[in-house]
Design a protein around this ligand. Sequence first.
Ligand code: KIV
Ligand code: ZN
Length: 405
Amino acid sequence: MSTQPSQDRILIFDTTLRDGEQSPGATLNVDEKLTIARQLARLGVDIIEAGFPFASAGDFEAVNKIAQAVGTDDGPVICALARATKQDIEAAAKALAPAAKGRIHTFIATSDIHMQHKLRKTRSEVLAIASEMVAYAKSFTDDVEFSPEDAGRSDPDFLYHVLERAIAAGATTVNIPDTVGYLAPQEFGGLIRGIKENVPNIDQAIISVHGHNDLGLAVANFLEAVKNGARQLECTINGIGERAGNAALEELVMALHVRRSYYNPFLGRSPESQAPLTNIDTRQIYKASRLVSNLTGMFVQPNKAIVGANAFSHESGIHQDGVLKNRLTYEIMDAESIGLNDNQIVLGKHSGRNAFRTRLSELGHDLNEQELNRAFLRFKELADKKKSVTDWDIEAIVNDEVQQA
Ligand code: KIV
Ligand code: ZN
C-alpha cells in the first residue's frame, strides 16, 4: 500500500466522509457513504478519507466497504483516521485491508492548550507517542500520514521537532491542521515556509494542509500554503465539516484551475502552461455538490462560490446585457466547467424512466416507486416543452412534487 508523490500536481485529499460528516446533523449511512465515495472517485480526488474506524461499527464498515469497492488498483488511495493509539491504528489497518492503496492517518495534538487541558501530557510525552505510533502505523502500511493537531497554535520550534521525528519514524505525509480556523493567510503561508526551512528531513514527506473555516479564511489560507510549499490539500465538498466547516474542495480546485498561472508552484512549468494543477475532473463538481447536499441534508447557500444556485446567474440589466454581448464581461469561468448543463446523457422527451432514475440517484435522490412515478410524469410534461431538461429542472421537480407531497 503506497502513494507516490506527484511531481507536478497538487494532491486533493477529500475528507467529506470523515471531517465533513462531523458537521452537526450530517450523518450518513454506509450505502450513502459508498455512493459519495464513488462520485469522489469519478471526480478524480487522489485520496478519500473514508472515516474513523475505531469511532463506531458503522464507520468501520463504511471504510471497509469503500476500501473494497472504490479502493481498486486504479482508484484513489483510501485513508482511515486513527488517534495515536494502538487500538485506533489496528482498527484503521483492519478496515483498510481490502484497499489496493491504503493510508493510515494518525494524529496527536501539539499545542500547549491541547496538551495541557485535553491530553494532560508533557511535550516530551507527546513527542515520544507521535514517533512510536507513526512507527506502529508503518508496520501495517507504507503510506502513513501524521497530523499535529492544532498546529496553527503550536509553538513552531516544538512543531518542527515533532514533524522531524514523525518523518524519521516513517510518515510520508505531514499534515498541518489549523484546527480552530485561527490563522490568517500570511501566517499560514509563513508556517509552511518555516516547516520547509526548519525540518531537516522535510524533503522525505509531502506537506499537506487541513483547515477550518471559523473566520471564513480556510481557502485563502490553503492557497497561501500552496505558494509556500504545500502539495496536498484536505478539503470537503461544499465545505461541510466541524463548526463552520472545512476548506471547500470546489473553491480550491476552481481557484487553482481558473488562476493556474498565478498559483502555479511548479518550477519549470511555464506560466502559460494550460496543464491542470490538480487531477480533478472539474465537470464532476456540480454533481458531487448536489449529491452531498441531498444525502447529508445540508443546504447549499444560494450565493455559495462555484456551486450555489446564483453562482452563474445574472440579475441586473447591465450584467445581463454585458453577458449577452460577451460572457467574459461578467464570467470568469463557464458553468459547463463544473458540469452544469453538461450531462453525458441529455435528458429529453425521449428519455425513459431508467435514465431518469439514474440521474436522480446521481444527484442523491433515492425515491420510492410512487414518488418516482409522480416525478417522472412531471419530467415528461416538462420535456415536451423544453429541448433538454437540466439538473436544475430535475431538482426543482423533486423539491416541488415529492418533498411537498
Ligand atoms: O481539524 C483537525 O485538526 C483534524 C485532524 C484530525 C487532522 O481534523
Ligand atoms: Zn479537521
